[in-house]
Design a protein around this ligand. Structure first.
Ligand SMILES: [Zn+2]
Length: 124
């Protein structure tokens, strides 16, 4: 993929993943590599299925949650993808963790959006 994603300091939390350039709405812009999988929740690892947590230290581990995300982690079959919910230009990539993680534990949210629920869920 030619798309440029980079880790930078985020105003939401710690480091985030930012796109340099433009991603069009409805674009599937990142295929998550699934070479490193775990059966139980681990720090930073995203849930991509029943007892499937992926460790993608290049990109996905660093994508922050937002209550008004610009992207979605799509779990189609065995291959997870990041999908653009709107045009995204030179900004941080965010997803709604509540859509894919188990609702086992809450974390205070600092996404700062108007519709912020104040917390989000994580597995484990
Ligand atoms: Zn929020």
């Amino acid at each position: 993929m030619t798309l440029e994603l980079e880790k930078r300091v985020s105003s939401i939390n710690g480091l985030g993943v930012f796109v340099r350039g433009m991603i069009a709405r409805d674009e599937t812009f990142y295929a998550v590599p699934v070479s490193q999988l775990y059966a139980t929740p681990r720090a930073r690892c995203a849930r991509i299925g029943e007892k499937r947590y992926v460790d993608d230290n290049e990109v996905l581990n660093w994508v922050n949650h937002s209550c008004e995300p610009n992207s979605q982690l799509l779990l189609r079959g065995e291959k997870p993808f990041l999908f653009a919910l709107r045009d995204i230009q030179d900004e941080e990539i965010t997803v709604d963790y509540d859509e894919t993680e188990l609702h086992e534990r809450t974390v205070a949210c600092s996404c700062g959006t108007r519709s912020c629920r104040g917390y989000f869920f994580v597995s484990g």
